[in-house]
Design a protein around this ligand. Structure first.
Ligand code: SF4
Length: 182
């Protein structure tokens, strides 16, 4: 899968790519190609002949429908809704690290942890964590996606001490429902 046009600027204006946990991004297509080649070399691998092609393939998983050569299931509206709802959590006090960790593990086992957008793959996880005070990245964040009923990035949701009442559609096993349905 690739962009409809090789010269198209992606929504948000940033090109990004991840390889085995390393992440690079740039607002320039020429620069991202150099960064991707460096990333492959750093990991002892042969750089791709066409780095922009691997960037496009990587990015298309989280691009809005119509931007790439195949449907992605994403719409511009739902990505921006998720970002806006996530942004609203940034001003809230954050939970204790042990609570964050426990919540994350509940989310990881939840069928509503929707892979519609991959924050870690797209660089949005760094955006989330950088806006949430002293929150540090933990391995479980790599597998936390979007809470389907809340339409919010899971890593932000578990970090807010009190994100509010659970929305409709949260399963009984959701940590947001503890003590709220008895
Ligand atoms: S419904 Fe609850 S447990 Fe499931 S992903 Fe959303 S916040 Fe996590």
């Amino acid at each position: 899968m690739r962009f409809q046009s090789r010269h198209a600027t992606p929504p948000g204006g940033v090109y990004f790519f991840a390889l085995d946990g390393d992440f690079v991004e740039s607002r320039s297509s020429a620069t991202i190609c150099l960064l991707v080649k460096d990333l492959y070399r750093k990991q002892g691998r042969q750089p791709p002949f066409d780095p922009l092609s691997v960037v496009m393939t990587h990015m298309c998983k989280s691009m809005p429908d119509g931007f790439c050569t195949e449907p992605t299931g994403m719409t511009g509206a739902n990505v921006s809704t998720i970002k806006e709802r996530t942004r609203a959590l940034f001003r809230l006090p954050i939970a204790e690290p042990v609570v964050i960790r426990e919540r994350l593990h509940v989310c990881l086992a939840c069928p509503e942890n929707s892979r519609s957008v991959c924050p870690a793959c797209s660089g949005l996880l760094d955006w989330v964590l950088s806006h949430m005070s002293s929150r540090t990245r933990i391995p479980a964040d790599e597998f936390a996606y979007v809470c389907g009923p809340a339409q919010v990035f899971v890593s932000a949701l578990v970090t807010a001490e009190d994100p509010g009442p659970p929305p409709d559609g949260c399963p009984e096993t959701c940590w947001r429902c503890y003590g709220k349905r008895n």
